[in-house]
Design a protein around this ligand. Structure first.
Ligand code: DGJ
Length: 740
């Protein structure tokens, strides 16, 4: 027994007994396990609460086997067996749940790859060839039955259960193979009907609106055909729940998001045999990507997960994953700074003097980053001219940007600058010098939108030029932050310098080169931070979030409208990246909301101010300074905590959001009332995510709680809840709970 004490030696038999009786408790499963069951030709990927299984059936095809809650017993898993034909119109190839189908051999659902060979043969039937497993990644090599077209399917399992699928298609034949569809993967739900799809759709100034509808036989297409942007119209996120219907807190939800900022596509399909398939990747619309012998194309990554904890838990899994895996490390090291942006205050009319005056006011409020928006460069007095000429306008900044930046820095803030590098006004020096640099079809109109054209980033010379311009701008000025905007989408998407058969590579090459410019810029300037913007929230997805620190959620800054936009945004994306500004009223919507409502709505994400502070009365400035100081006491919880959507926006009852810090020491609750109906009591709202055994100190921002609590237990707050004393129109409040 060596140096063991007498007490320890008396307890040893008990420990040994417990070890025999409860081996399962002692041996928690590894968070991630990826393995091959050779006897059944099954690949099993376990991650946290999720298991995903794919198999090789007796025909050698890859077949989906299982996706759902974590399984612990391999004996439950049976080898994949193809399905029989239903009748002559439904061959077994069409009833079998294919994992990654090529288009060929009698398949009528969405393929993952569709090709045309130079000799005209279009049939592609993929079979398992080999695989390798390294740590959390499985790579399966699949190959066409009769030619050397090879697909590498990469599966990487995360401890959260989020699985990353990505495919690389290689042409090892002796002829050109043109890809007409290249998808990242397909997600198959347990067979059955009655599923419901949740997705985010909208428009400019009304992005990420949550929509729910039944999945019926046929295909529902979520997509961007816009080239430049993920789009304001639809966002590449989905969630599906089943017959029992999930709620925020309970129920099975399968959810996912695609990492691509150009033209993407997610097809949600229910086959005649009640198989729901969710296939996503490059948009097939106008897609054509020739692979010469030896060439390959990699698809975007498509992430998906599963929970039985409802829509709320699905969002939290994604949020944590974005912060842990996706977002750039440097920007994660500190909370998002409180930002000021000049756009709504001065528009294109920026000058050194008016920006300095705004900066003075912003600094007084506690703002940490001052961002000068559009209008500072070239002949940019309106949207009609100057775009592309990234040199300070001499009239507005006679001595360059240096004096303004020095002033901003002297006020203790860092400096950010708006750019729209991908675009050009025809009335610009850049366009006059390089009219061939824009995307165009020769002999066709060059349609303008906001008086601008799109530079062809797919061209290496354009890419190098833009990198050089941005690198110089950031090297020669003390710039900490770029707001990277993109305000129009593709039209006439030609690439005349390339042979006609290769011109449509533009859809892929443009976005890849955009990523490349940003990646290189960040590598050269490791402390530079970037906000992704495309006419508001038009470029938000896991691809751009891997290289930007935050996004401009929407050009709609109306605090009430924002509650709905932000609620949808938060389904998929962490509040850390969700920029929200306090702006002036009445706003473009003609609505006037109280300053408290505007501040609290913005504080549910990363706080910014976009108002003309030089016109604010002293009382508002003092109030704003207090609100900024308040935000700084809760922002880590909001930005990096767990979000609970306690009551949705839009009804006659208060809409309520709760955030719980990752260490559980603080929780923050925001409540917003659109309009009170006289005499109608507000129901108590039960909190979530607290420790029932802990006691919390209750700090109300403004005393608008029906029950004046000094302290309350987690059990009480979660079982009984808080009742907000909100009245009239656009009333709001916040409550902070500190664990004692
Ligand atoms: C569109 C952006 O969404 C706005 O915030 C602003 O930066 C303008 N562009 C500037 O032109």
């Amino acid at each position: 027994m060596g140096g063991m004490t007498a007490t320890a030696s008396r307890l040893l038999p008990l420990f040994l007994l417990l070890a025999v009786l409860v081996p399962a408790a002692a041996a928690a499963p590894p968070p991630v396990s990826v393995r091959y069951l050779a006897d059944r030709q099954l690949f099993v990927l376990d991650g946290g609460p999720v298991t995903y299984v794919v198999g090789v059936n007796e025909r050698g095809e890859l077949q989906h086997v299982y996706w759902g809650g974590r399984l612990w017993r391999d004996d439950d898993l049976r080898a994949a067996r193809s399905m029989p034909a239903f009748d002559s119109t439904e061959p077994g190839t069409n009833t079998t749940p294919d994992e990654y189908p090529g288009w060929g051999g009698g398949r009528y659902f969405e393929p993952c790859v569709k090709i045309t060979r130079a000799d005209g043969v279009r049939d592609l039937v993929l079979e398992y060839d080999s695989h390798r497993i390294s740590g959390d990644e499985l790579v399966i090599r699949a190959k066409d039955i009769a030619s050397d077209i090879v697909v590498f399917l990469s599966y990487r399992m995360d401890p959260s259960g989020l699985l990353r699928k990505q495919a690389t298609i290689e042409n090892h034949t002796g002829q050109i193979v043109t890809l007409e569809s290249a998808q990242s993967g397909a997600w198959l739900l347990p067979p059955g009907d009655g599923y419901r799809l949740s997705y985010l759709s909208g428009r400019w100034a009304g992005e990420t609106l949550l929509t729910r509808e039944e999945i019926h036989p046929g295909i529902k297409l979520l997509e961007s055909r816009r080239g430049v942007a993920t789009s304001n119209q639809a966002n590449p996120w989905f969630a599906v729940d089943g017959r029992g219907r999930a709620t925020e807190e309970h129920g099975q939800v399968w959810f996912g998001a695609l990492a691509w900022s150009g033209s993407w596509r997610i097809a949600v399909e229910q086959t005649p045999h009640q198989q729901v398939r969710i296939t996503g990747g490059y948009n097939t619309f106008d897609f054509s990507y020739p692979l010469k012998p030896g060439e390959s194309l990699a698809t975007p990554a498509f992430y998906a997960g599963y929970t039985d904890g409802g829509f709320g838990e699905a969002s939290r899994i994604l949020h944590r994953f974005e912060r842990r895996v996706i977002l750039p490390r440097a920007g994660l090291a500190h909370p998002r700074p409180v930002l000021y942006n000049s756009w709504e205050a001065t528009g294109f009319g920026v000058t050194e003097a008016n920006q300095a005056a705004l900066a003075d006011r912003a600094a007084r409020l506690g703002v940490e980053r001052f961002v000068m928006d559009d209008g500072w460069f070239g002949a940019r007095d309106s949207s009609r001219a100057g775009l592309g000429d990234w040199v300070p306008n001499r009239k507005k900044f006679p001595n360059g940007l240096g004096p303004l930046i020095a002033h901003v820095r002297s006020l203790g803030m860092d400096f950010g600058l708006w750019v729209e590098p991908e675009m050009v006004n025809p009335d610009s020096d850049l366009y006059r010098a390089h009219p061939d640099w824009v995307i165009n079809f020769p002999g066709r109109p060059r349609s303008e939108s906001r008086n601008q054209l799109v530079l062809n980033l797919a061209r290496d010379d354009v890419k190098e030029y833009l990198f050089g311009v941005l690198d110089r701008l950031v090297s020669e000025n003390d710039i900490s932050f770029l707001k990277w905007d993109a305000n129009r989408h593709f039209s006439e998407p030609g690439w005349p310098e390339r042979p006609p058969a290769e011109q449509r590579e533009l859809w892929v090459a443009y976005t890849r080169n955009l990523y490349d410019i940003i990646d290189r810029l960040r590598a050269r300037h490791p402390t530079l931070e970037i906000e992704s913007c495309s006419s508001g929230g038009g470029r938000v997805d896991l691809g751009i979030l891997a290289r930007t620190d935050q996004v401009w959620t929407s050009d709609n800054t109306d605090a009430f409208d924002r509650l709905t936009i932000q609620d949808g945004f938060g389904q998929a994306y962490t509040p850390r990246v969700m920029m929200a500004w306090v702006t002036d009223v009445p706003n473009f919507n003609g609505r006037t909301t109280p300053l408290e409502f505007r501040f609290l709505a913005a504080m549910t994400g990363s706080l910014g101010i976009g108002a003309n502070l030089t016109k604010w009365p002293e009382a508002d400035l003092d109030y704003a300074a207090k609100m900024v100081a308040f935000y700084k006491t809760i922002r880590s919880t909001v930005q990096d905590g767990d979000l609970y959507r306690l009551a949705p926006p839009g009804g006659t009852l208060a809409s309520v959001k709760e955030y719980v810090s990752s260490d559980g020491r603080q929780a923050v609750v925001f409540a917003f009332l659109h309009s009170q109906q006289y005499g109608r009591p507000q129901p108590a709202v039960r909190l979530r995510g607290l420790d029932p055994d802990a006691v919390y100190r209750v700090r109300s921002l403004d005393g608008k709680l029906a029950e004046k609590l000094e302290t309350a237990s987690g059990a009480y707050l979660m079982a009984h809840g808080l009742t907000f004393d909100l009245k009239g129109d656009f009333d709001s409040t916040a409550v902070v709970l500190e664990r004692e």
